[in-house]
Design a protein around this ligand. Structure first.
Ligand code: SF4
Length: 208
């Protein structure tokens, strides 16, 4: 059955304004919400895009909102937002030039540098207050079985990116979901806090 597509660029959720920038992804995670019923309806919005919005369309959609109403402006995507890193940086620069002040965050799988074939961490400097990276699990083998990355070496690349990003972003967070075994949760805590030096968060699993 063909997926119903729309053009939801921004949507409200949990006191934040989320920005849906892309449906592209280099992963195919077993748990991806995109597999669930095909509607993208978790936030009661259809997040399948009929086409990717241009940077100007993203900016215009954000400008329609009263940013003082939200705690954070979160660049995510029903996909991997770092595909749009140049456009997202441009959008944030425009907002800053207009004097708009809002806490900025990206939720990412952490493989943007692998996707682009260059170190994208410096692009975050002065633009993002926080980046949340999905750590997911404690070994590369489990990661590959769970996330099916298109590129080899994705697990190490994700951890390297998180470490690199600490130089440029005030808060780097790594997350796992609370459905993994306790021992794995603790292994991931060690990787996040001791190996990478990031803030650790165990997230509640959200069903569609
Ligand atoms: S990285 Fe995110 S968008 Fe991509 S497949 Fe995994 S859960 Fe889905």
């Amino acid at each position: 059955m063909e997926k119903k597509k729309g053009f939801t660029i921004t949507y409200e959720y949990g006191g934040n304004l989320y920005v849906n920038t892309t449906n592209r992804c280099n992963f195919n995670c077993n748990f991806c919400l995109r597999h669930n019923k095909g509607s993208g309806s978790i936030y009661t919005h259809n997040l399948w895009l009929e086409r990717e919005p241009t940077r100007e369309e993203i900016l215009a959609d954000i400008e329609k909102r009263d940013l003082s109403k939200y705690e954070q402006l979160v660049f995510c995507g029903f996909g991997e937002p770092s595909y749009r890193i140049e456009d997202i940086c441009w959008v944030i620069d425009q907002l800053k030039a207009q004097g708009k002040k809002i806490f900025t965050r990206m939720d990412t799988n952490g493989t943007g540098s692998l996707i682009h074939g260059r170190n994208i961490a410096p692009d975050f400097a002065g633009r993002f207050d926080m980046v949340s990276i999905s750590l997911n699990t404690d070994t590369a083998e489990k990661y590959n079985a769970l996330c099916h990355p298109a590129q080899s070496g994705a697990y190490q690349a994700m951890k390297d990116f998180a470490k690199e990003l600490r130089q440029y972003v005030p808060k780097v967070m790594m997350t796992v979901v609370d459905t993994i075994p306790k021992e794995e949760i603790e292994n991931c805590r060690r990787i996040c806090e001791e190996e990478v030096g990031a803030t650790y968060r165990v997230r509640e699993y959200i069903e569609d």
